[in-house]
Structures are given as C-alpha cells and as structure tokens.
Design a protein around this ligand. Sequence first.
Ligand code: ZN
Length: 759
Amino acid sequence: LQQNQQPEGLRPVNLLQERNILPSTPVKAPIPNLHKDLQRLNSKSDVFRCTLTNIPQTQSLLNKAKLPLGLHLHPFRDLSQLPVVTSSTIVRCRSCRTYINPFVNFLDQRRWKCNLCYRVNDVPEEFMYNPVTRSYGEPHKRPEVQSATIEFIAPSEYMLRPPQPAVYLYVLDVSHNAVESGYLNTVCQSLLENLNVLPGDSRMRIGFITFDSTVHFYNLQEGLSQPQMMVVSDIEDIFIPTPDNLLVNLNESKELIEDLLRALPQMFSNTSETQSALGPALQAAFKLLSPTGGRASVFQTQLPSIGVGALKPREDPSQRSSVKDVQHLSPAIDFYKKLALDCSGQQIAVDLFLLNGQYSDLASLTCISKYSAGCIYYYPSYHHKHNPALMEKFEKEIKRYLTRKVGFEAVMRIRCTKGLAIHTFHGNFFVRSTDLLSLPNINPDAGFAVQMSIEENLTDVQLVSFQAALLYTSSKGERRIRVHTMCLPVVNSLADIYAGADVQAITCLLASMAVDRSILSSLSDARDALVNAVIDSLSTYRSAVLSQQQQQQPGVMCPASLQLFPLYVLSLLKQKAFRTGTNTRLDDRLFCMCEVKYQPVAYLMLMVHPSLYKVDNLSDEGCMHINEKTVPQPPILQLSVEKLSRDGAFLMDAGCVLFLWVGKNCGSHFVNQVLGVSNYSSIPQNMMQLPELDTAESQRTRAFISWLRDQRPFFPVLHVIKDESPLKANFLQNMVEDRTESALSYYEFLLHIQQQVNK
Ligand SMILES: [Zn+2]
C-alpha cells in the first residue's frame, strides 16, 4: 500500500452535509490495490468480485470491521474473448489441485510455487513449450499464466462417463387456466423458430410432456406418420409408457417434432380440465431424463392441485400490507426440494416458468429449480391478449433461454489461499461437499456468491488468491474446464479494509444473507440486520479510523468507499423482497428473493437502486457510437421526486422494468416527436411501446432504450407513466430517497443512523 497518501476510498465524507453523492455515471467496482503488473493480469470484476478488495489479515480484524467478507461470481457469462487451451497435461498443484495461474511464482525455469497452498511443484516438460509464441523454455509466457480467465479442453480423466448429449424436455401445463393464458402458442412458436439453433450436436435429443389432471407423453419415433399421444391417468404411480421414442433425436424426428409444435396450441383449446398434476408430471420428467441427465423446462400457470406435490393456498391477502412479520416464506412441503435433489443426482436441472394469475406458492415451487441449479422465470397475470407487453417480455426471454449456451453435468469448486475458508453459498445449486457445487446445468446468466471467514491468520503473506473452476460438458460433447483466478492484497488495519470496500458487492451479499435470514428467522430480523450492518460499520469507522477532531464533527461520517452504503441499504429495505407496510403479494416477494440469490451484481444493483435519466432533451453530447448507432448517455439522477420536473420526461431503469414518466406540462416537442401523439391528454393509458418515428428525438430515445436493454440477458418491459396512471405508484416506490407512508426518507434514515452511531 502507498503509505504517504490517503487512498481515495478513505476520504471522510459527511453524509448529512454532502447531498450529491450519487455519481452521474454507473458506479464501477473498485480496482484492487496491486502492483500494476499483477492488476493487468487480474480477473475482470464482471466475472469475479470480492466485497473487500483489501483482505483483512485476521478474523478478529474482519470482525471489527463489521463488513461481510465474500465473493461474487458470474462464472459462465458470455465473453468476447476467451483463451482456450488444449493440452494433454493440465498443470495443477500436486497438493491442493489449484490450476497454474498468473499469480503463481516461478522459482526457476523448472519449478513453480502454488499461490494457494505454497507447495513447490515441478513444471512438466510439455509446459516448457509455448504454443502461442511457438518457443521453448519460457513457461511464464504460457497462456495459463498470462490470463486470469481461461478454458481447458479436459482429457478423459475429467469425466466419469462419456460426455452426455444435449437433452431437452419440455413439460407443459395444459389445464384450462393454461390454455386461457395463451402461453402455449408463444412457447411452441419460439421452439419452431429456434429448433435449428438450440445448442447441441447431431446427438441432441428432445421430448415433450403435457399435463392437466393426467400426464401425457408423446411418441415421436422416426417413421411415424404423426406424433402419438399417450395418456397416463394413474398419477399416484407414474410410469413411462414407452421408454424409447419419447426423447428422440432432433434431426431424425424433426418433422414429427414440428408437427407436434404446430398442433399443441390447438390440441387443448376446448379443455374443461381445471386440475394441475405438476408433481406427477415432474416425477415423469425425472424418470425420463434419469438415464442421460439434461434440462427440463417446466411451464406452470397455477397452484398444483392434484397428486403428489399438491399445494394449498396459504396467502392471506389481508396480510399483504402487514407491517408485522410475513408468514409462509418457507416451503409448505419438502416434495419439490427432495425431487430436485434426486434430479441433481442424475444431472437433471429443472427450469421453472411460472405464468400464474393467482397465488401459486412460489416458496414451495421454486425449490425444484433452486436445488437442481435451474432458473426461475415469473410472469404474473400473463395473458396473450390482455397483457401484450408481458407477452413480448416472455417472447424475448424464451428466445434468449432457448438459444443461449448451456453446460451439462457441471461442478464448480472455489479454492482460496490457505487460511481462508468458504462457509456459506448463495445461488441455485446443491452443495455436494464443503467446496464443491453440483450444477446439473450451468447457464451464462447465473450468478453465485459465497461468504468466507479467516481461519488462520494471513500474517506472513501479502497476497491471497481465489480460483473458481467450472467443469462441464459443452453442448457439443466436449468436457471443458473454465477457470477464473483473482488476486488481492492483505492488509492489517481497519483503515485499509474500509479503503478497499466494494459497496455494491457488500450490498448484494448482505441482500442474499437477508433472504436466508427472512426464511430461517423472520423478515424483521433480516431488516434489522441490514440496518445494523450500516450502523456497526460506520460506528467502527468513526471510533477506530477517524481522528479525535473528526469524531467531534456533527453528522454521519463515512469513508468515500462506503458513501453509498446507507442509500443502498435503504433501497434494499424498500425492495419487494424486504419491504413492509406496502401491498406486496407473497409470490412477488418470493420471486424478488429468488432474484437476489442468483442475479449477478451488475443486474441486481439496477433492481436495488434503479438509474434515473432525464430524456426529453437527449443530445449527442458525450454519446457512444455502437454498431453505427449514436447512443446518448444522459447523466444518472438521484431517486427523488425533487429531481423530476413537470415539464420534462424521465426514464427509470429498474433492471427488469423501465418506466418512462411524462410530466403534465412536458413540452409538446417530446410528446409529438417521441410519443407520436398531439398532446399530453392523448397519451394512451397503458402505453408500452414507443412508435418508430422518423425524428431525431425518437431515434435518440429508442437508441438509448435499446442500448439499455442490450446490457442484460432479460427483457425489461417499458411502461409510459402519466400522472393519473395506475402504475404511478410502482414508479414512485422506486424513488427510494423519498418518504412514503411506511418507510423513511433517505434524510430520515441518515438521522436514524446518526443517532445510533453516536450512542
Ligand atoms: Zn497448492
């Protein structure tokens, strides 16, 4: 560390005085305080990120700092560049199995010292040759030690069985409710359009199950003139009517599959079946996929009502605005968790698409995906006619889902330097042993987090490293290992810990911890813990870091690195997951909790603390040029109605939703040239799309919105909000700095913090 100069992260900020702390450009992850040669090689913050970029030397120092130590990972994200290495020997430490990486030490040409366990290892002969430079004798120039993110093609010892083919099973609710929603058409249409681009090779297999009060299988054997539907009505003892020909080779049975996809949306159009035997349908899916593993995509539109796994309505609508503790956050039955663990054991991941009009007990249902490394999609009140914007969202997201890359039969291990230990994991997976996550599927949009403790003092070391290794089978049948390594400095003072704090990483980790606490203890405990994290860390900073003179200053003193911490925690408290006193449906709350647990930091932060922009006067000043398009870059504004003006228009990016608020006196220019109507009163209620007008203003606004949408794998719906819009409340809910009936304003929250810190 540079001793003479106070790091920027440690600059004291008085939050009660400084009212403009929110930067006008997106907050970036702090850069670890490493020598520039090491930093140049370090993993990127969008893949691997630590809450404390300066690692405390001891657990007692960490305890004093009152900040959580943990990592965020987005291990399989789409990358624009990825070095891929094919070599018959993958060089790993003989003692701790760490992969050779940029942060090892070469003692000489022939020996390297492991940066995790310090064992000295021999450099194998093969490693002496560098395939990139085609030169011999420079092992430190190999790609493995020049890139923190790398992928190996794994030799045969990395597989327990031949690489499995890509296998996709679609499990579709066809009850009256499901047919009424019209989702089937969208799914089948999207599958038809993307059948040729599903990830896989010539061995790819595909199958379908539909269900209402019974479970229906489809024989798609090559040579049949049309698909044969087989109904199993004994749902108490589900069996597979014909084990072959249900999961068929896509290429061989393509015509039959296409026939089925064209027929399915009409097949049940006159159904009077209201029951939903989801449990038995999932059991059938498990049996069908067990021999190979694969991906089950389950589409469900209501509470499962019959057979195993049936659930009862538990939500009391009168409690939706309760200020007291919320009930029924944990699963009602363990059927879905148990089945998920069975699935995990057979390399089956279950993805859940819930398109429900009414309470469907997400707390219970999501377990099927949580423990099988699946993903969860939620479209409340989905209807193809009444809710066209949600349909567009569903179309876009299902397309991404079907075409994004996928890894099968995966495991991920996270190693850290001796002395550090991982004790809690967050995300969707099953923990097989202390540091091994079982991931039947790995998708490029999944995030993970871990909490760590310091078991042995790091007194003798200046640097520690973290390495995540993801072993998976690609959709082309290759066994691959993607490895990310991050290196961070060790410090021995509280000041240095605060100087390196990553406020967004801390906020997201606390959010995951708060979800666990809400479920295991209570929502009020979780909320208290969030507030206490702010109070405790700022108290310590005040008493242990600030000088006597600085301590005398009135206000809320905070290191610059944490200046957004109170604001972010207040935002968390106002999130659907954790808020009280505001009408919140139980399933909405549960879904928000799921997102907290598996969204990577960048996307989660947008949901926690949306970005607000003024958009009625977008200009080309400071714009970006992407794909020959000019994309305006307006400054980010604070989330307070004070920042709005009646004569303007403002866009709020809340991650999964965009709000375009139009002031009552908004200039007719914007109303005409962007919204395409003559005046404010002609803006339609429920407007959800911007017309494609041939005006500079329209082009700028649409370019900005589509650029925002392109930054994330999910599709945010746009709502145009007028003063009298019913959705105005949702928009204002995100104005986290303002006071609401049931929640403090940012200023009040700071006063509360001040009171507690000065106690
Ligand atoms: Zn080692």
